[in-house]
Ligand binder design. Structure first.
Ligand SMILES: *[C@@H]1O[C@H](CO)[C@@H](O)[C@H](O)[C@H]1NC(C)=O
Ligand SMILES: *[C@@H]1O[C@H](CO)[C@@H](O)[C@H](O)[C@H]1NC(C)=O
Length: 990
């Protein structure tokens, strides 16, 4: 009783004292009730009413003496509404947590009155507007967290008055502008987190004063400039994240000495150049080192002394030097017993895959070595890496069979081996990989049957085994994998029918079985694969009518060409609104061609080579249908069947993590800004070549996760962007395995207001034939590591001849290339040739004739004029005969090693004459030295072989257009030369 009275007296005195100052707990109560009135969900705050004492209200803590509200903890209470300005009246507040709610609206200025505030956490709400300047009056703030909101505007320089700040977290907002230099005032700062905003500019040098800082994250902004020099001063840094910005320049060689405490250094997706500082390997604390997607060069340092390294990601750079560079770093990684992730794909590393990789940490989850030049076999001990979930060895030169120990990797989710030289059978043990989601064995030399055990891989999303030498039938078991999204077995020698059970694959988006020997009728159940987007069955022996596929309304591409299908073309196809490509050519379809919907668009639809079709819109030039007899009788007469040379439709294979969305065909239009970003502002370091009609840049498109080549055209004609794009669209439809694929185009206005046009092509990792033929003229870093053998040259010549044959004879209308030369012949990973710039001549002729002729005759191309047919000089128009001439010159150059523009030649003494005068006796004198010594068996009749090839070159490069050989002849002859001298099949799958 006594103590109670005493308490009341004391309380009364305290109250008097506070009232005298004009503040009471009544003020706090009013402020909180006002706050509550603005909160959407009030049930939780039901204790906030007059019948409860203020200090026992939910989330409220009072000071022990004055009973004023000092802490308000309302985190994670599902509160909504807005934050009332009355909160600014809680003048004793030290600690305020409103995080993880759904507050919207702005942060009230009045919060700036909370001068005692030390911790303010309003993270994970929907707050918008700017950060009120008043907030920077709260000069005792120690911890300020506004992360994961929608805050915009800049970070004003007044932030420099928060000199007590230790933790500052503005992660994931829409903040923009530059960082104020006054951040350097915050010398107590230990954590500065600004990731995922739109901040830009250089990092102010004043940040060098933040010597207490151990965590600095600014990733995913638009910061630029060289790697911030201020950072070298922050020797206490443990975690540094600057990835996804536009930093450029080199790292200092003493990096590891200046920042000896780093644990995580994440700098992927920038434009940094130069070598990886070897001093990084002195940082014994290093746990994550991620420098992927930059332009780093040189070799990879060793990591003997970084036992804590968990993640090393260096992919998509220019590291290594093809076959010759050191792979000691791989061996050193055996000392990193914590290693979980290793990604060094998309570099220039080469040489036999060292066996030591099998001694790496058994903790390894992900191993990515794709798109390098690794050769040799997959080491036998690969099964030691027992926890591997992703093994990615795509696009190397690995050979031999799959080792049996691979069967131990039962956790595999992703097994990517495409585009190697692997052989033998597909092992049945893959069926034990029950977690497997992607199996990509395409483009190897696997043979034998498709194992039925694959049907046990019940999580499989992608089963990709096209471009091999597989035979046998399609196992029924595969039709049990209901998860399948993509099934690609194209270009093998599979036979038998397409099983009825294909209808069980309800999730299938892509079915590619083209160019096999499948036969019989197409199953009716095909129409129940309702997710189908791409259906490729061309180049088989299917017969009968098209089954009822009216359910496949989402389908985008259907190719049934080159089969023996018959019957009429279903009317309902006209209504497939998503359809972008329908090829029914070279079958026995008959009767009336529908006139509606997509059948009005001759660019989407291909129906030629069906003899008994009639009607249709005029563009198809079909005979009129007989009145009242819409369906002609079936006629199975023997019919000359043209063969369209293997139309290749390879999908994007460069992604590390193919998900269905990134595997979609590249349809997105692309903006100037995107291309500018992707090419580092069209910088010289991204430039990979310049040709007659423009400059080519290597570009990384983050949205597609894909490296592409961007050809920026020099065009003079203004306007007509729409027709330019339309023309490009039509170019996209001409496809051949030996053409560089045009992915998309861009017609736009650049940042200076000039018109800008670019073509975006597949990127070819092995550069141009020109580089391979004249390595001495190539800068060291891009120089091929070896010379091409006679056999490889012959294959390349055949590739080029077959694509010319296709363009000249087999495409809808004959297309002349007009600018064929070694720099326009690009080589992919397995040295298959792809002709680039095809269609450019047609495009330019149609679109900007003036530019075209100006550029052909300009000083810029005179250096390559030796490839242009003589009639071009006398005003002749581009023609297919001109291409044959260029091809002849190309052949001569490939096997003599001499350019037509070599200083040896002049006047009438041309490469043609030079070659002709030496044949046949002195053929070895004029042959390219480097082919005489490599890759040939003892006793190989080299003189004879070379003579035949060079004679082909001469016959193609005759002065008079009418005396030149046709490309189809040239292709045939070259193939027969290959067969005669190289009885073995090509080592790589063609
Ligand atoms: C930075 O700190 C200095 C001294 O502590 C102070 O005078 C100055 O006003 C501060 N700058 C800003 C922008 O707050
Ligand atoms: C590998 O690690 C061990 C243990 O941390 C260390 O003693 C050894 O020196 C390292 N090896 C090399 C070559 O540095």
């Amino acid at each position: 009783m006594r103590s109670m009275r005493l308490f009341l007296v004391l309380a009364f005195n305290a109250l008097m004292l506070l009232e005298a100052q004009g503040f009471t707990d009544e003020t706090d109560k009013q402020a909180l009730l006002e706050f509550k009135s603005q909160v959407g969900e009030r049930v939780i705050l039901s204790s906030w009413n007059h019948s409860f004492p203020l200090c026992s209200w939910e989330g409220v803590t009072c000071g022990s003496k004055h009973k004023r509200v000092t802490r308000l903890d309302l985190g994670e209470l599902q509160l909504g509404g807005v934050i009332s300005p009355s909160i600014g009246n809680l003048s004793f507040l030290v600690w305020l947590n409103l995080s993880d709610n759904s507050f919207g609206g702005t942060i009230p200025q009045e919060m700036g009155n909370l001068f005692r505030l030390e911790t303010l956490d309003m993270g994970s709400n929907f707050l918008e507007g700017g950060i009120p300047i008043g907030l920077y009056n709260c000069s005792r703030l120690y911890n300020l967290r506004l992360a994961s909101n929608l805050l915009g505007g800049g970070i004003s320089s007044e932030i420099g008055s928060l000199t007590k700040l230790v933790h500052l977290n503005f992660y994931e907002n829409n903040l923009e502008g530059k960082l104020p230099a006054s951040l350097g005032n915050l010398t107590s700062l230990q954590r500065l987190l600004l990731p995922q905003n739109n901040l830009e500019g250089e990092i102010p040098s004043e940040l060098a004063k933040l010597t207490q800082i151990y965590s600095l994250h600014i990733y995913a902004n638009n910061f630029s400039g060289v790697f911030p020099p201020a950072i070298y001063n922050l020797s206490s840094l443990k975690r540094l994240g600057i990835s996804y910005n536009q930093f450029s320049g080199r790292l200092r060689p003493d990096f590891g000495i200046l920042l000896p405490n780093l644990r995580n250094f994440i700098m992927g997706r920038n434009y940094l150049t130069g070598a990886i500082p070897t001093t990084l390997s002195n940082i014994s604390t290093l746990g994550r080192l991620e420098m992927n997607d930059n332009s780093l060069t040189g070799s990879i340092p060793t990591f003997w002394k970084t036992p804590n390294l968990k993640s090393l990601l260096l992919g998509t750079n220019f590291l290594g030097s093809d076959s010759s560079g050191s792979l000691e770093f791989l061996t050193s990684l055996t000392n990193c017993t914590m290693l979980e992730m290793l990604g060094i794909g998309h570099n220039r590393l080469g040489g036999d895959l060292p066996i030591s990789i099998t001694n790496m940490s058994a903790k390894l989850i992900r191993l990515g070595l794709q798109n390098n030049h690794f050769s040799g076999r997959i080491p036998h001990g690969i099964g030691n890496l027992i926890n591997l979930q992703k093994l990615i060895l795509d696009q190397n030169m690995l050979s031999g069979p799959l080792p049996t120990s691979l069967g131990k990797l039962l956790d595999l989710r992703y097994l990517g081996l495409f585009s190697n030289r692997l052989s033998g059978e597909i092992p049945a043990f893959i069926g034990n990989f029950t977690m497997l989601e992607t199996l990509d064995l395409s483009n190897n030399s696997f043979e034998g049957f498709v194992p039925a055990s694959l049907g046990n891989c019940s999580h499989l999303l992608e089963l990709l085994i096209g471009d091999n030498k597989l035979n046998g039938t399609l196992p029924l078991e595969i039709m049990n994998i209901q998860s399948l999204l993509r099934l690609d077995m194209s270009r093998n020698s599979l036979f038998g029918s397409l099983p009825e059970d294909v209808g069980r694959l309800k999730n299938l988006v892509t079915l590619s079985l083209e160019n096999n020997k499948l036969s019989g009728q197409l199953p009716q159940t095909l129409g129940t694969c309702l997710s189908m987007g791409v259906l490729y069955l061309q180049g088989n022996l299917f017969d009968g009518a098209i089954p009822d596929i009216r359910g496949l309304v989402g389908v985008k591409e259907v190719d049934l060409s080159n089969n023996n299908l018959s019957g009429s073309i279903p009317e309902y196809l006209a209504n497939f609104s998503k359809l972008e490509y329908l090829n029914l050519s070279f079958n026995n379809f008959e009767g009336r061609v529908p006139m509606d919907g997509i059948f009005q668009n001759t660019t989407i639809l291909s129906i030629f080579g069906n003899n008994d079709l009639c009607g249709g819109i005029r563009g198809f030039h079909l005979k009129p249908c007989p009145p009242q007899a819409p369906q002609a009788e079936t006629k199975h007469s023997s019919r000359l069947k043209k063969v369209v040379i293997g139309v290749s439709r390879k999908k994007n294979k460069q992604t590390n993590d193919p998900t269905p969305s990134t595997l979609e065909v590249f349809h997105e239009r692309i903006s100037y800004g995107d291309l500018r970003n992707a090419t580092n502002g069209f910088s010289a370091s991204n430039m990979v070549g310049s040709g007659s009609f423009g400059t080519v840049f290597k570009a990384f498109l983050p949205t597609e996760n894909k490296i592409v080549a961007v050809k920026v055209l020099n065009l003079q004609r203004r306007g007509a962007m729409k027709s330019f794009m339309a023309e490009c669209e039509s170019l996209k439809d001409t496809r051949h395995r030996n053409l560089v694929k045009l992915l998309t185009a861009c017609a736009s206005i650049d940042f200076q207001g000039n018109e800008f046009r670019a073509l975006i092509y597949e990127f070819m990792s092995n550069g141009s034939l020109d580089m391979w033929l004249h390595p001495e003229e190539v800068e060291e870093i891009r120089r091929p590591s070896r010379t091409l053998t006679l056999f490889e040259r012959l294959n390349i010549a055949i590739d080029v001849a077959s694509v010319l044959d296709y363009l000249h004879v087999h495409s809808h209308e004959p297309i002349a290339h007009c600018d064929l030369k070694p720099s326009n012949v690009l080589l992919d990973d397995d040295l298959t040739a792809h002709v680039s710039d095809f269609g450019l001549a047609r495009l330019l002729l149609k679109f900007d004739q003036k530019s075209f002729f100006n550029q052909l005759s300009s000083a810029g191309v005179r250096g390559t004029i030796g490839y242009a047919a003589p009639e071009y000089g006398t005003g002749g128009h581009p023609s297919i005969h001109g291409d044959v001439y260029s091809f002849g010159v190309l052949l001569l150059e490939m096997f003599t090693g001499k350019r037509p523009t070599n200083e040896l030649f002049g006047g009438n003494f041309t490469l043609h004459r030079y070659t002709k005068s030496a044949l046949p006796e002195r053929v070895l004198d004029i042959a390219d030295e480097s082919i005489l010594h490599i890759g040939l068996r003892v006793g190989f009749p080299i003189a004879e072989c070379l003579t035949l090839v060079l004679e082909m070159g001469l016959r193609c490069s005759e002065e008079s257009p009418t005396n030149r050989l046709a490309t189809s002849e040239a292709a045939k002859e070259l193939i027969s030369i290959r067969e005669r001298f190289f009885k073995t099949r090509r080592t790589t799958r063609r």
